[in-house]
Design a protein around this ligand. Structure first.
Ligand SMILES: Cc1cc2nc3c(=O)[nH]c(=O)nc-3n(C[C@H](O)[C@H](O)[C@H](O)COP(=O)(O)OP(=O)(O)OC[C@H]3O[C@@H](n4cnc5c(N)ncnc54)[C@H](O)[C@@H]3O)c2cc1C
Length: 432
């Protein structure tokens, strides 16, 4: 087939340029700083105070992103049958897309425009110089006091990273707890991990407002307790994402969106217009690189191999890359309870995981939720060292459709975090 690909900015998109890759590279630098501070616990002498070279840390993140971006771009530009257009694409009709002076006509159009940081109309927001996940990556120096507005996945990763780089950090969350999508015990444990490192966490911030001050930016919190405001040298807005669908001319194509601008798709990711598909973050069915990639796998299999793959068959899995990380798959316990099914739940603290003890990284816990009748695992969380990797044992089991007793017979490798999974399964107990 002949194909055209249109990119308006940086090849590789969010993950490569301003998302997963630069942030996980900086998380690695922050981890190195953390371990260096703890060196003496391991019998490694490092003279305190340790120095953070933010320019060097940033350069390392830039290099990782640049290598990935140029690799993708070179690959695309060299692909036979593919023409790459650089510019902003917008629809002129259901089978026509304009890019500058060029009009492209095709029987199949795939929208994969991603999203960007949402900047809600909060009081005073336009009067201050706030940072987003994109602009914060340009910082060459460690902020004196970083105020992170938004206590969810993106905000918490930056909060811990900058605390480890030496900044004073305050997280302001309007809800009653951090990462409210997770179970309460997970939120509590994560808050404890962050406060143990000296991060101030302010929840129930119902009246967030911003104003410039000579010494920085004031963020009004208006909690019922504590200081009614925090003054930061820098403020990071991490209050959600919005899809890049507002400037796409979707109306001209007849492509329907929901109230938040996400493109409405069916189970095979076809939009309201046959011949137009929407993949990745812009369809609201996943907010991760692996879900965007899986969207591609679904569409490719259905179109090219006559398969009938459906996005609703996907078992959601993801990680939160604080340290220790949270690996997640399937339902939370709260979601499982809402199904009304008879449940089994088991938890185990990381203090009882040999590998964690040996590494001196014992924060967090594991939790598995299963259906008591079908014996299928419904969901799991591993908040702990290597939790982002160890969760895959459960994720894979769920994807094979096996029941949990089958996984109990696996003989895992010692000493690993994963080896405790059969033990956790062995302790599954009914919950009321
Ligand atoms: C700080 C941060 C950390 C993250 N960490 C992780 C992580 O650890 N793991 C994970 O799985 N996910 C992570 N994510 C999420 C992940 O980056 C996104 O879910 C993923 O990149 C979405 O892929 P996509 O293909 O849907 O869109 P994108 O990667 O956003 O790509 C869309 C592309 O379309 C281009 N575009 C948009 N509109 C137009 C137009 N009109 N014309 C032409 N081109 C256009 C954009 O320039 C962009 O290059 C993170 C995100 C952020 C912000």
């Amino acid at each position: 087939m002949r194909a055209a690909l249109v990119e308006r900015k940086l090849f590789g998109g969010t993950c490569v340029n301003t998302g997963c890759m630069p942030t996980k590279t900086l998380v690695a630098s922050a981890y190195a700083a953390h371990l260096a501070r703890r060196g003496s616990e391991y019998g490694v002498a490092i003279e305190p105070p340790i120095q953070i070279d933010m320019k060097r840390a940033r350069a390392r993140a830039d290099m990782v992103s640049t290598n990935a971006r140029t690799g993708v771009e070179t690959w695309l530009r060299g692909m036979s049958g593919l023409t790459v257009f650089q510019g902003h694409a917008h629809f002129e009709g259901p089978d026509r897309v304009r890019v500058g002076e060029s009009v492209l006509q095709a029987p199949r159009i795939f929208i994969n425009v991603g999203g960007r940081a949402s900047v809600p109309d909060m009081p005073g927001i336009n009067a201050v110089n706030y940072l987003t996940n994109t602009s914060i990556l340009q910082l060459d120096a460690v902020p004196e006091h970083l105020v992170v507005v938004g206590g969810s996945y993106i905000g918490l990763e930056f909060a811990q990273m900058y605390r480890r780089f030496g900044a004073q950090v305050t997280v302001i969350e309007k809800g009653p707890r951090l990462i409210a999508r997770e179970d309460e015990d997970i939120s509590e444990a994560i808050q404890q991990i962050l406060t143990d490192e000296g991060i101030a966490v302010r929840t129930n911030a119902t009246c967030i407002a911003f104003s410039p001050r000579p010494d920085g930016i004031e963020v009004r919190i208006d909690c019922t307790s504590g200081q009614p405001q925090a003054v930061g040298s820098h403020v990071l807005l991490a209050v959600g994402r919005r899809p890049n669908t507002d400037d796409l001319g979707l109306k001209k194509a007849g492509v329907a969106t929901d109230a938040r601008g996400y493109i409405i798709v069916d189970d095979g990711l076809v939009t309201s217009v046959p011949g137009i598909w929407a993949l990745g973050e812009c369809n609201g069915r996943g907010a991760f690189t692996h879900t965007a990639y899986n969207d591609f796998e679904i569409v490719a299999a259905n179109l090219l191999e006559g398969a009938n793959r459906r996005v609703s068959d996907r078992i959601p899995g993801y990680a939160l890359y604080i340290d220790p990380p949270l690996g997640r798959v399937g339902l939370t316990e709260a979601e499982a309870r809402k199904t009304g099914r008879p449940l089994l739940v088991s938890t185990r603290p990381m203090t009882r995981v040999g590998r964690a003890v040996e590494r001196g990284e014992m924060k967090g816990f594991m939790k598995v939720v299963a259906d008591a009748e079908t014996q299928k695992i419904l969901g799991a969380a591993i908040l702990g060292v290597n939790g982002d990797e160890a969760i895959h044992g459960i994720l894979d089991t769920m994807n094979t459709g096996s029941s949990y007793p089958e996984l109990q017979w696996a003989v895992p490798i010692h000493p690993t975090v994963s080896e405790l999974i059969p033990t956790v399964l062995g302790n599954l107990r009914p919950v009321s």
